[in-house]
Design a protein. Structure first.
Length: 106
């Protein structure tokens, strides 16, 4: 159960980080201690994803973001981000449904 919750939180963190969300900067100080307290329960893959998130958090995020690019590029950036997020959500749902079927044979 811990791994499933952490999987959802890490996926959300990755999605927010990809779109340079200001919410990500505000929530990461709360999320990291929660996930790191359960680090021993995470698979190696999730630990690598968490490490990648931590490596990408730098002074640019902590000092505030300057914005995406130009105003005309924002719709295409949002479209790409939405497509990536939709794909990741589908992956998480598939993984979650497979995890349930492993414990409860049908």
């Amino acid at each position: 159960m811990v791994e499933m919750v952490c999987l959802h939180v890490i996926s959300l963190m990755e999605a927010l980080q990809e779109c340079n969300s200001t919410i990500f900067v505000k929530l990461i100080p709360m999320w990291l201690p929660m996930i790191q307290s359960n680090l021993k329960h995470l698979s190696a893959g999730l630990q690598l994803r968490l490490q990648a998130i931590q490596n990408n958090v730098n002074h640019q995020y902590l000092q505030g973001l300057q914005g995406c690019a130009q105003t005309s590029a924002i719709p295409s950036v949002l479209r790409k981000w939405l497509q990536c997020t939709q794909f990741k959500m589908a992956q998480v749902e598939i993984q979650s449904s497979e995890a349930v079927s492993q414990f409860y044979p049908m």
